[in-house]
Write a protein that binds this ligand. Structure first.
Ligand code: PEP
Length: 264
């Protein structure tokens, strides 16, 4: 049970379960307002979770307005490392902060695969986000081919090393990591909770080597086809501290059903 893990933690609040929705390129501003207007009325009693929705840039302002004063934080899905300049298509940390954005997803596999982002880019974005006081969610995970060739742990370890380069112990505590096997995203296929736990435990060991005991306070979400049927078993694992949820977070009934399955 999660409780024993939390009791063993020197700072019980530091690894509060954290569920974030990743809306990708779904829901314009009007749709965002409608969905979040409904969601906000349904989460008051869900006190044991930190909650966020990471919406498209054009929906950020609407999301912040609707969720003002609620328990749901707003996140973006990327951010550039420069303060301003000739970077067509990018947005800066200041632009996100001006809107009241709190979280930012970095290094999602769709950014890596479709837009050529590397660990170096993600590392630059991560430093900028932390320096600006945003809370990053950094995604790592292997492809199906890498899994099939038994490269999962090597790939994830290399991504962690590259993405987190140059961070110190104070900074890593403000980072959430998300282990998202690429083959599980949007496919309905997931690793077994035990297999996912194995990767999460490896990640935490690597954090210990890199940053020391603060590793016990870093949240590591699982992401990839999480829904109301899969979420409980995943989140009961020792080193799985929440979920990054794509499809199942887009509509209130499915998101609510998923949240209901997570026991304190
Ligand atoms: C994601 O893309 O971050 C994700 C977890 O998607 P899904 O839940 O739809 O697999």
């Amino acid at each position: 049970m999660k409780t024993s893990k939390l009791n063993a933690d020197p700072n019980p609040n530091s690894r509060r379960l954290f569920v974030a929705g990743n809306w990708k390129m779904h829901h314009n501003a009007a749709e965002t307002k409608a969905v979040l207007d409904e969601l906000r009325t349904q989460v008051d009693e869900i006190q044991h979770l930190d909650l966020a929705v990471c919406v498209p840039y054009t929906s950020l302002a609407a999301a912040v307005a609707v969720l003002d004063g609620t328990r749901i934080a707003v996140g973006a899905q990327n951010v550039h490392w420069m303060v301003s300049g000739a970077f067509t298509g990018e947005v800066s940390t200041d632009m996100l902060k001006e809107l009241g954005v709190r979280y930012v997803i970095l290094g999602h596999s769709e950014r890596r695969e479709l837009f050529g982002e590397t660990d170096m880019h993600i590392n630059l974005r991560l430093h900028a986000a932390l320096n600006a006081g945003l809370l990053p969610i950094v995604c790592v995970g292997e492809t199906a081919k890498q899994r099939d060739t038994k490269l999962t742990r090597a790939v994830v370890s290399s991504q962690i090393g590259g993405c987190l380069a140059g961070l110190d112990a104070e900074q890593i505590e403000r980072v959430t990591l998300a282990y998202e096997p690429v083959w599980a995203i949007g496919t309905g296929v997931t690793p077994s909770p035990e297999d996912a736990q194995g990767v999460h435990a490896d990640i935490r060991q690597q954090l210990h080597r890199l940053f020391g005991d603060v590793a016990e306070r870093v949240r590591i979400q699982y992401g990839g086809s999480v829904n109301s049927k899969t979420v409980a078993a995943m989140l009961e694992q020792r080193d799985i501290d929440g979920a990054l949820v794509g499809n199942a977070s887009l509509k209130v009934p499915t998101f609510r059903e998923l949240l209901d399955k997570i026991s304190p």
